[in-house]
Write a protein that binds this ligand. Sequence first.
Ligand SMILES: [Zn+2]
Length: 1016
Amino acid sequence: MKNKEHTRQVRDTVVKKFKAGFGYKKISQALNIPKSTVQAIILKWKEYQTTANLPRPGRPSKLSAHTRRRLIRDVAKRPMITLDELQRSTAEVGDSVHRTTISRILHKSGLYGRVARRKPFLKNIHKKCCLKFATSHLGDTPNMWKKVLWSDETKIELFGNNAKCYVWRKSNTAHHPEHPTPTVKHGGGSIMVWACFSSAGTGKMNKIDGKMDGAKYRTILEENLMESPAKTVELIEIIHPSDCLSRKWLTTVEALLPTMQPLLVQTQVIEDDQAKRGGQVYTTNLRGQVPPLVTTDYTVQDQGNASPRFMRCTTYSFPCTADLAKQCQVPLATIIKPFATVPKNETPMYVVNHGETGPIRCNRCKAYMCPYMQFTDGGRRYQCGFCNCVNEVPAFYFQHLDHMGKRVDFYERPELSLGSYEFAATLDYCKNNKPASPPAYIFMIDVSYANIKSGLVRLVCDELKTLLDNLPREDGAESSMVKVGFVTYNKILHFYNVKSALAQPQMMVVSDTAEMFVPLLDGFLVNFQESRAVINNLLDQIPDMFADTNESETVFAPVIQAGVEALKAAECSGKLFIFHSSIPTAEAPGKLKNRDDKKLINTEKEKTLFQPQKAVYEQLSKDCVSQGCSVDLFLFPSQYVDIATMGDVATHTGGSVFKYSNFQVERDGQHFLSDLRKDVEKAIGFDAIMRVRTSTGFRATDFFGAIHMNNTTDVEMAAVDCDKAVTVEFKHDDTLSEETGALMQCALLYTTISGQRRLRIHNLSLNCSAQLSELYKSCETDALINFFAKSAYRAMLNQPLKTVKEILVNQAAHMLACYRKNCASPSAASQLILPDAMKVFPVYLNSLLKTGPLVGSAELSTDDRAHQRLSTTAMGVEDTQLLLYPRLIPLHNMDVASDVVPTPVRCSEERLTDAGMFLLENGCSLFLWLGQACPPEMIQSIFNVPSLAHVSIDLVRTVTSLTPSSTEDGLMIVKQKDRSEIMFRQHLVEDKGLHGGASYMDFLCYVHREIRQVLT
Ligand SMILES: [Zn+2]
């Protein structure tokens, strides 16, 4: 009788023990199995290498066990051996069988004949590259892959064996090195074709003549992609199998393809500069030295040239001649921010006092004593670096020279060793030769129905009670010397007497707004500390006094006029803080009517929307500037208010325009108050006049900023604060010398916050070169784009937008084409070659073209466009950089334990991920974007608050250490796919503009075409 068969497990154990060296007997005893069974199992295993049940024998095999093992061995040795070959070799040893017998035997061992995979002939290095490429892109979003174009060549053989090839192998071993059939692309008797595909479909097929090389590849790409970028998807990356293999190919592709550029681009340039120059000390001892990028974190040590925080140039090497300048079309400009905030670890401004005679100046050109004055004649004379005039050194200033010709007191005198310093000014520098007085701040509150109803009036009054304790003061001073005054208004104006001696404030009404006068002098402008009780009393009363008002009409120009008159009467400079709600329609000078007309958009007349309406405001600007009266306008409109006109005075007097549309205290209150606080507390100088002097051969010809100019050289600013910059353009008069370079000195005469007259001097020396390559090498993209933005925004007042944009692109194309022609090493015309220092210039330029003012879309509010135009006018390089390339920070990558903010990513939709949380800031707006799949725990872990409702702008700042910008809007939280997402998306500057405007990719192709046109 046959015993029950042992389980597989038991049989495996038997084999295991046998392998471990146990004899049959021992195994039999241990497992309690008859010795003969043990033997049978082991014999079977020895023969078939398995303990599995084999098919029950049918007819005995025609082949011996020996021959069968030989077959398997042969196949393992040479997987591509054919059945015929096997049959022949079996017959040779005397076993003549049918092919199917052989294949059946091989099948039993799991070996099947499969079609060999075709595989490029790869070396190990290629394989490594491929793997690296694949792993580095594992995390890419589907969106990203959508934008990838896959391309490859393939060989179609005309002769020879192009048939399938079979291989003997077990399953899942298709890619074992010996299994695929090698392919090579080049070789006679075949044609090569190139094709591509992407998520949008397949591209055109191209025949390749002869051997494929870089040039052919470029031509093909060009014909297929460059000329019709719109037809293909918005490409950002072209993937060619060998691209990830061969460095040589990759470089050709990179150089050629604008499509590859974004990968290296903007965020990378910023990261590279931060890595290279971040955390370092930048000493300003060298002429023509290019500073780190504005985004890089560096420390400045002034050693004879102004810090780049004060002065930043479009290029640090000027061309020697006007012809060269004209040829390259690179604007020669300096952006000057005279009151830029300096970090605490950098040297503060020294004040130099040259006594009663005032600061020492060159007799001829009036340049102030500075490091560029050359002392001669044993120290008795000095030669002016600007006009070369030789001057006598005044006796009190005489000092011996050392063996190097340097004054012995060189290091003790800031004006000899530093780029920036101040001089105490004498009475000669004061208006009417009378000492200046401390400035005054006048708060002028529109108390018409809209502002009362929204709660704004109460909010402002409450805030002022504490804010006035923080008025700006001199370093070390106990209290501020700034005086304060108060006006409320709707159709008529109310002035308040808040003299400290009064128990109650007194109101005086002026209803004749045509001839504005100030009804009281004594008691209107007072010291807050002294009049605190009366002022607080007034601020308590104002909201109640007008609580029941029905007045909805307002005046505006008379309000500014009243402020100027008050300052005039007090013989001081100052600033007006105006809190206004509506377009001024009441009968009075400067009355405005609604002239918003969307039909004008994209017509010749569109420019009129941005031109200020009335001569009244122009005259008002002049009055303000001559009195040193700056105007800051806080607007709370619920509809069109004509910002182009209302903001005009502010932007000619060194002021700012803040705008809070449809203001709600709960939603916008904190944001407004934070702007107000910063505005009241910030460092500022008044009644300023700036002059930029240059060495011979060039001069300042044009000025952009919140400024006023009565002549061609004096830049007048009623006030200038730490955020305001003036962009100055230079032109050649003559040939510049490489030896002496180009020197500039910016002298700003102003009144300090405590009423002292000072001169702030910033000096900068640049190189000059007859080689354009030097100019391009020394370019600064951030400064360039600041200049382009300001000049375009000015040009749009006189020209149609279309023309303005054409001029911009044209000039850019000329700049880049000139580099290509004169400085780049020869290469195919199809290659887009950009100077290293301008690599990211196109992304900024494209972003500028898509900004509200230049975009010309009826969907945008005219006021918003006008507002952005005016705000940009006075921006420094840091501000325009951030505005035109916002920071997109992947917050979900934040390591909560450390306070390192994640590195910003490219401003493009494809960087967004469903499970991500991103912060976007551009200095004007701040967004928190949440992906649909963003887990709520993330909010808890990053912000340490239970829900989004608890996330405030201040919290975001604390967490991310964002730079608080003066004009930054409140925090907006947007969720993926919500309607509000549009607001956020328009800041993704690399994508196609929501209101028109090309994607970065398309724009590069466009610029590239323009460049080629210039070159031919
Ligand atoms: Zn001079």
